[in-house]
Design a protein around this ligand. Structure first.
Ligand code: SF4
Length: 348
């Protein structure tokens, strides 16, 4: 794997080493750290508190990453999607969602994804590679820059873009550490969510190592057989996933969100809602219902509004809080991976 060695590639110790190898005192690394994570300045030449000769040296040793290739904002201005080129030519997608008073960035954790959810454009592309910590945090730094340029502030971070974050645990974990560090990016862990299709060992590690971070689990089905049709990668059963979620909940005291993409005639019946409620009862849980937004090449139809509300009502009658996700920015491609897919279709 080719790694982009811009300054975000380095952790605090690595940055200190880099600075010292360029003949500068160690405190310069803290100046660079603040420039990167607090001011969002990724270009060494623009780090105005560094001596100009050193800026030049730094820019040669760690050239700034390329700018976003394509930035699209939805007609209602609620959503911005950016296609970001990586050093080896891979493309990832980062999304900023404005929903007053929140500005939320949706981070990708992998280029492509191995999980192959049948309704997802990213799943069609397969896994290209893991993202490095630097490539993950760069998305948050860029998105905060877009917010700030509009006089707003980034308030929330979710790992819900391309890829399965718990299948890239080490780099995602280090990214969480940097994003939540008070002398780093400074986002509260309570405002950071990891969304997973359900990787039990990863859920347990997250509880132990990042207990204040929120957990969201994409279930999409009340039973394992149907779920394996929708999320075909061989993986844990729903029992195994829910057992890890229960442990997570006991250990952290946190509430879990279950994501459930509704596909017409597949997983949207009242009986399936009641079965789902039965499986997750007793957990401090909330279900987020997402009516499918069909896109080229993916499987499934969008359920009617009536079917969606019927599903929601059945959960609520069973004592499970459930909301239907308010969709934003449908005109600029709503499902993860769609923007990247469009670009590849045009380029190839
Ligand atoms: S929905 Fe998420 S986990 Fe499933 S294929 Fe798409 S990116 Fe991967």
């Amino acid at each position: 794997m080719t790694e982009t060695r811009d300054l975000l590639h380095y952790d605090a110790a690595g940055l200190r080493q880099l600075v010292e190898s360029l003949g500068q005192p160690a405190y310069r690394s803290r100046q660079i750290w603040r420039q990167l994570y607090q001011r969002g300045q990724l270009d060494p030449m623009a780090m105005s508190d560094l001596p100009s000769e050193f800026r030049q040296q730094l820019a040669e040793a760690a050239p700034p990453p390329a700018d976003a290739l394509e930035v699209q904002t939805s007609d209602d201005s609620s959503t911005t999607k950016a296609l970001i080129p990586l050093g080896d030519g891979e493309l990832i997608e980062t999304v900023l969602i404005r929903s007053a008073p929140r500005d939320t960035v949706c981070l990708s954790s992998q280029a492509g994804c191995a999980m192959g959810c049948v309704f997802c454009a990213t799943g069609l592309q397969g896994l290209r590679r893991q993202l490095t910590t630097g490539e993950i945090v760069r998305q948050a730094v860029l998105a905060r820059g877009w917010s700030r340029a509009e006089g707003r502030e980034l308030t929330h971070v979710v790992f819900m873009g391309m890829g399965e974050p718990l299948a890239n645990y080490a780099n995602v974990s280090e990214a969480i550490t940097r994003l939540t560090a008070e002398d780093g990016f400074g986002i509260s862990p309570r405002r950071l969510t990891v969304s997973t299709v359900g990787v039990p060992p990863g859920i347990r590690r997250l509880a132990a190592e990042h207990p204040r971070v929120n957990l969201a689990v994409s279930l999409h089905a009340p039973d394992t057989k149907l779920r394996r049709d929708l999320v075909p990668v061989p993986g844990a059963s729903i029992d195994d996933i829910l057992s890890a979620v229960r442990e997570h909940s006991r250990e952290t005291g946190g509430r879990v969100t279950f994501e459930y993409v509704l596909l017409q005639g597949v997983n949207d019946s009242r009986a399936q809602a009641l079965r789902l409620a039965d499986r997750i009862k007793g957990l401090r849980a909330h279900v987020n219902l997402i009516p499918l937004n069909p896109s080229p090449g993916v499987v499934g139809e969008r359920p009617s509004r009536r079917a969606t509300l019927r599903f929601q009502q059945a959960l609520q009658e069973s004592g499970i809080p459930a909301t239907v996700r308010v969709e934003q920015g449908r005109d600029i491609a709503a499902a993860c991976g769609q923007l990247r897919g469009d670009r590849l279709r045009r380029v190839e």
